[in-house]
Design a protein around this ligand. Structure first.
Ligand SMILES: [Zn+2]
Length: 198
């Protein structure tokens, strides 16, 4: 009974966050969304730690106040990168010479496919878990974020401002508002300055 109640509250919070991606949510709002349970904050933490949702707090971003939460992306971080211990992670990175085994990019250096990005390494499975691969170190390797995202084959050239603006101008009003909201949240200070509020 208690478990059913617990997962129910978490599911309600998950749904609420997913309906409000990129919007700052207050404690009051989240408590209500959870069905007014006292342990709503713990359920939010579980969405972060157990399900991998990137829910930010004031610990993650300076423009959030204590008690404010924001879901950055509807897509949770894949479970495999969360299950592996710090020790195993460090061991694999060291064994692989802090180099991405798929493209050869070196941790901390500009990425060869996109020099504007510093190479960040993750731990990936050689044989995917869905194909029966295990978390054993023999099945793990260092993979950079670009290879990890599978984005290496997509175009990595950043679009020019002109191309971006053409895309935005062609978008629907609702999507343009979505872009506006995303930018306002990403650049709160600059937004206030441009609007003459500061
Ligand atoms: Zn790579």
């Amino acid at each position: 009974m208690a478990t059913a109640k617990k997962s129910g509250a978490r599911a309600r919070l998950r749904k609420y966050f997913l309906a409000n991606v990129g919007r700052m949510l207050s404690s009051d709002e989240l408590r209500k969304a959870s069905g007014n349970i006292s342990e709503w904050a713990r359920r939010v933490r579980e969405l972060r730690t157990e399900e991998g949702f990137q829910i930010l707090t004031n610990n993650d971003r300076a423009d959030l106040k204590p008690g404010e939460y924001l879901l950055l992306d509807p897509k949770p971080i894949p479970a495999f990168t969360r299950d592996i211990s710090k020790e195993v992670r460090a061991f694999v990175l060291d064994r692989n010479g802090f180099t991405c085994l798929m493209c050869g990019a070196v941790a901390g250096e500009p990425h060869p496919a996109d020099p504007s990005r510093k190479t960040r390494l993750h731990i990936g499975h050689i044989v995917d878990k869905s194909m029966g691969g295990t978390d054993d170190v023999s099945n793990l390797r260092a993979v950079c974020s670009i290879c990890n995202e599978g984005a290496r084959n997509l175009t990595l050239d950043r679009p020019s401002l002109l191309k971006l603006l053409i895309q935005v101008r062609r978008a629907t009003g609702a999507d343009q508002i979505g872009v506006l909201r995303w930018l306002l949240l990403k650049f709160p200070q600059q937004s206030a300055e441009l609007l003459g509020l500061k």
